[in-house]
Structure formats: C-alpha cells, structure tokens
Ligand binder design. Structure first.
Ligand SMILES: CC(C)(COP(=O)(O)OP(=O)(O)OC[C@H]1O[C@@H](n2cnc3c(N)ncnc32)[C@H](O)[C@@H]1OP(=O)(O)O)[C@@H](O)C(=O)NCCC(=O)NCCS
Length: 219
C-alpha cells in the first residue's frame, strides 16, 4: 500500500508480518546487540524490506547499520527511510540526486495516548485538528499529525544532521491525502540547502496510518 503514496522514482517494500526468510547480515547482528524479540523482529524485517527495495533499484544486498542518531546508512548515491509498528514494516529508497530525501512513518490508526498531543503539536495545529475531525471523523487526525511529523524528522535529519523538535515544524494536514510541513525558523542558521518545507502524502488503511515524504530536487 505504501507505493500508493510514493512517487515512481522511489522503490518501496513492505511487510505485514515477519517472514521467516528475513535474516540479518553479520554487521547488522553486531550493531543490534542484545535486544528483546520484538525489537529483533522489527529490525530484521525492515532490513529485509530495505534490501528488496534496493534490489528494485538494481542494488545488491548490503548491510544496513544504524548511523548517527539512529539514521540508516544507505549505500552511496541512495537516500531512503524505514519504519515499523505493530503489524507493519516498510522501507523506501531512491537514487540521489534524482530524489533528495525520503521520510516515511507508520502508526497504528488509533488515537494518541492521553497527554501526548500537547507535547507534539502547536496551538494552530490543534485548532485545525478539530476542523478536520468535523470533516472526516473516521480519521484519527491527532495520530496522523504525529505520524507526519515523524516522517518530517526522518526526511530532515539525513540532509541536515540536526535534531528537529516537534515544535520546530508545523504540519498542515489536508483531507485529500496530502500534507505540507513548514520548518519554523531554526535556532541556528542552517546552510543554504537546509529544507524549509516538505510536501508529503498520507493514507489510512488496514488499521494503519502511513505518511511519506519524497523530495524531488525541484522542491
Ligand atoms: C527517530 C524517530 C522519528 C523514529 O520514529 P518511530 O515512530 O519511533 O519509529 P519507526 O519505527 O517509525 O522508525 C524507526 C526507524 O527510523 C529510522 N531512524 C531512526 N533515527 C533516525 C534519524 N535520526 N533520521 C532518519 N531516520 C531515523 C531508523 O531506520 C529506525 O529503524 P531502525 O532502528 O530499525 O533502523 C523517533 O523515535 C524520534 O526520535 N522522534 C523525535 C523527533 C521528531 O520526530 N521530531 C518531529 C519534527 S516535526
């Protein structure tokens, strides 16, 4: 389903479970270390997805080890993103510079836990959630806002190598399945290539919310 909201320049693969053939490469085993079974499964399956997506671009299987602040280290000339939540894992990759950056996030389609919305949203975003809920009450807009903001961070970080807090970007969710994110004046001035906005798409299907950003160079 993720292909439905990604441009054709981006290759993606997803899984709704953990296939037994999914395996870690030795470098990934070492990077993962001792973790619980749920973490081992999501880490393994999402890398299986990533290798399938890289394969669709014609690349051989390579280890995908987390880098600085957890951002995936892709092969040279590749940009991409990974996500996992209960019952879903996905990876999306594109060739740079044809694709500048990718950020994807999946969440269960359920309301945010009590108290989280205030921490991850700005007042103007909370006002628009009420209007959106009136327009389409079937969507958990609070969780979607969170989901799109995590996709923004995953698209932002590999380009800037900088943290971006939930109050440092504002997202305009649209009922047509698109969203626009604007990065608010950063505390430190960034280099001229620092993105100031992202366009993305979202969908609600199969009990999941998905948000995808794939920035093409003209944006
Ligand atoms: C990093 C973060 C976005 C991950 O999101 P999540 O919903 O918790 O988890 P997901 O399963 O969707 O994504 C996890 C994957 O994100 C990727 N990821 C982790 N850190 C990353 C980073 N700094 N940059 C890009 N991708 C990153 C990794 O591939 C990770 O999977 P892995 O550990 O198996 O390799 C989240 O934990 C976080 O720190 N958020 C705070 C920052 C933020 O979202 N700001 C909002 C700005 S508007």
């Amino acid at each position: 389903m993720i292909e439905d909201i990604l441009p054709t320049a981006v290759a993606a693969a997803e899984a709704f479970g953990d296939p037994p053939e999914a395996e870690l490469l030795p470098e990934e085993q070492a990077a993962l270390g001792e973790v619980g079974e749920p973490r081992r499964r999501e880490f393994t399956t999402v890398r299986h997805c990533a290798r399938r997506a890289l394969g669709a671009l014609g690349l051989p299987p390579v280890p995908l080890v987390p880098g600085h602040r957890g951002a995936p280290q892709w092969p040279d000339g590749i940009v991409g993103s990974m996500t996992h939540c209960a019952g879903y894992r996905a990876a999306a990759v594109g060739r740079s510079p044809g694709v500048r950056t990718v950020g994807i996030d999946a969440e269960p389609h359920a309301p945010l836990p009590e108290g989280v919305l205030g921490a991850v949203s700005l007042p103007e975003e909370r006002s628009s959630l009420a209007l959106l809920a009136h327009e389409d009450p079937a969507v958990h807009w609070d969780r979607l806002l969170f989901c799109t903001k995590e996709a923004v961070y995953k698209a932002w970080y590999p380009v800037t190598h900088r943290w971006l807090g939930f109050h440092e970007a504002t997202v305009d969710l649209r009922p047509d399945g698109s969203f626009h994110a604007r990065v608010l004046a950063p505390e430190q001035p960034g280099p001229p290539c620092t993105p100031t906005f992202f366009e993305g798409r979202w969908l609600a299907r199969n009990g999941l919310l998905l948000a995808c950003i794939a920035t093409l160079p003209h944006v």
